[in-house]
Design a protein. Structure first.
Length: 261
């Protein structure tokens, strides 16, 4: 069993739905006081209500991760409401698809700003409080897409997610003297609202490519993030944890076919 997070304050960005929502719920269930961050407080409030109904402690905060002032206000809010910041889960991100031949500079910037620059701004804003607490945890939600795999139409997304891992390694090295660990979770295909929006055929094709023969759940990612945020992971930093049901393992479709007998 992991040491409970009962004395910890956690910020989860992009927490109004999907993976972020799952992480906020799991952290709160383990005793953390959670700042549920989304672009609007109205979108974050249902997650807060759900956590509170289950006996947890949480509050909503509106902040866009691409706005430095908003990120600084986010860190201040956590300190004012709960006394500091122990855990930052940088989860917020976007994934609009566009073929490379049609990808505009504005579309590229939108994705890189939200996914990569947003990660930097979140960490930068929380850094003073993380240092003050003395054993901070930063968990970045990246993806297998970019660092390990690729998918047509997501070159900008893949670049942003691969970039996050470079940031994780350098930040982990730089922040280690302050007792702060920085790690990343790399989800595979997870059953979220975003996956549903891609359609049933997409989900069917993805399940066929996963040895576990199912999409992951948000809880699968949340518990991985919980481990990296725990006391027990204090000697792990600059690392990546792939949570994909084995999707990145087969050499070819033939390898998967052999599993079907």
């Amino acid at each position: 069993m992991l040491t409970p997070l009962s004395d910890r304050v956690a910020i989860v960005t992009g927490a109004s739905r999907g993976i972020g929502r799952g992480i906020a719920r799991v952290f709160a269930a383990q005793g953390a006081r959670v700042l549920v961050v989304a672009r609007s407080a109205e979108r974050a409030q249902p997650v807060v209500d759900e956590i509170v109904a289950r006996g947890g402690v949480a509050s909503a905060f509106a902040a866009d991760v691409v706005d430095p002032a908003a990120q600084e206000a986010m860190a201040r809010a956590a300190a004012e409401r709960y006394g500091g910041v122990d855990i930052l889960c940088a989860n917020a991100g976007v994934f609009p698809a566009s073929p490379l031949a049609e990808l505009s500079p504005a579309q590229w910037d939108e994705v890189l700003d939200a996914n990569l620059k947003g990660t930097f701004l979140s960490v930068s804003a929380c850094l003073p409080e993380l240092k003050r607490r003395g054993k901070g945890r930063v968990v970045v939600i990246s993806s297998i897409t970019g660092p390990i795999t690729a998918y047509p139409g997501w070159s900008h997304y893949a670049a942003s997610k691969a970039g996050q891992l470079g940031f994780v390694r350098a930040a982990a090295l730089e922040l280690s003297p302050f007792g702060i660990t920085v790690n990343a979770v790399l989800p595979g295909n997870i059953a979220t609202e975003g996956a549903e929006a891609l359609g049933e055929e997409y989900s069917r094709q993805m399940m066929a490519s996963i040895p576990a023969r199912r999409l992951g759940t948000v809880e699968d990612i949340a518990y991985a993030a919980l481990f990296l945020a725990s006391d027990e992971a204090s000697f792990i930093t600059g690392q990546t944890l792939v949570v994909d049901g084995g999707q990145t393992l087969p050499e070819s479709p033939a390898a998967l076919a052999m599993l079907q007998g």
